[in-house]
Write a protein that binds this ligand. Structure first.
Ligand code: BV8
Ligand code: ZN
Length: 250
């Protein structure tokens, strides 16, 4: 295991430059510098007393739909106010330099898309989308609805955010595509994720099992750190632009 404190390893620069297919997994950490709180960062203010893992479940929504809906409204506000940061932008730039690039994200914000990333696999859904729990119709204008949570115009069912909750299965094709991208790439980058939530957390290990080098970018240690081929300890918004400049001079 080679790892770097600060500077970028020459071997990694060569590996990035010679890769035909790079797969990236991102977690909440890449959006932290855009002001979107991560799951592990204590929620601020009103929400501090709630554990996200207790709110992001179908049980919580059934038990207290109003509370869960308002938590998502608060997070949607933050996402709408947030802007892509240099980390998101560096990944969009990297995608332009490589013949094949797969961006797998656990995040439900739209910051990768707004930064210009194209080939995105959103494993945990989209906080800006809303669907009915009964007839599964998607609805844009849910938010004008005066009830909280709003009700479906078609069948009167409760509307919910189009995200994957704990205990819910991930979208099958997306998950299949993510596993394939982890098995087939030349290099796997794991960025801003605590590597705790399954099945996403297995992706970097699948790359390692296929003898594919894995780069971890995270200021903290995670269960992946010991096995990662390269560990860049730092903030994504700082490390990624530096990496892209060193490799492609862009
Ligand atoms: C599933 C959408 C099959 C919602 C999310 C018991 C019962 C049921 C299930 C389970 C169970 N035990 C285990 C499971 C499986 C469970 C799981 O993994 N639990 C864990 C906690 C043990 N997984 C599931 O339930 C999945 N479904 O398995 O289906 C099934 C079906 C039925 C029954 C059993 C199994 C569904 C998982 C998806 C859940 N939905 N999000 C929403 O957003 O509201 S997950 C959510 O949490 C996020 O999307 C994210 O993926 C995750 C948090 O992880 P991270 O992204 O890593 O964020 P985190 O805050 O943790 O870490 C941030 C990192 O960034 C840190 O390391 C930090 O150091 C770093 N960082 C900070 N700043 C920076 C930085 N890095 C770089 N730069 C910086 N500036
Ligand atoms: Zn409906």
């Amino acid at each position: 295991m080679e790892w770097d404190e600060g500077g970028i390893h020459q071997g990694l620069i060569a590996k990035l430059r010679n890769s035909n297919h790079i797969t990236v997994l991102t977690g909440a950490g890449i959006s932290a510098e855009s002001g979107v709180p991560t799951f592990r960062q204590a929620q601020s203010g009103l929400w501090a007393q709630y554990d996200p893992q207790q709110l992001a479940t179908p049980q919580a929504f059934r038990r207290n739909p109003r509370l869960v809906w308002e938590w998502y409204s608060w997070r949607r506000e933050l996402v709408n106010k947030a802007k892509p940061n240099p980390g998101h932008i560096a990944l969009a730039t990297m995608e332009q330099q490589v013949s094949r690039f797969t961006l797998i994200t656990q995040n439900v914000d739209d910051l990768h898309r707004r930064a210009g990333s194209q080939n995105i696999i959103a494993l945990h859904g989209d906080i800006l989308k809303t669907r009915c729990i009964d007839c599964h119709t998607y609805t844009e204008d849910a938010l004008q609805n005066e009830n909280i949570p709003p009700r479906c115009f078609h069948c009167g069912g409760l509307l919910r955010p189009d995200v994957v909750w704990f205990g819910e299965s991930l979208p099958t094709e997306a998950l299949e595509a993510a596993f394939t991208a982890a098995r087939e790439c030349d290099l796997f980058l794991s960025i801003g994720t605590s590597t705790l939530v399954e099945p996403s957390a297995s992706l970097p290990f699948i790359a390692l099992q296929n003898d594919i080098p894995v780069v971890e970018i995270n200021p903290e240690e995670t269960p992946l750190s010991r096995s990662a081929t390269y560990q860049l300890k730092g903030a994504a918004g700082k490390v990624l632009p530096e990496l892209v400049r060193s490799v492609w001079q862009v």
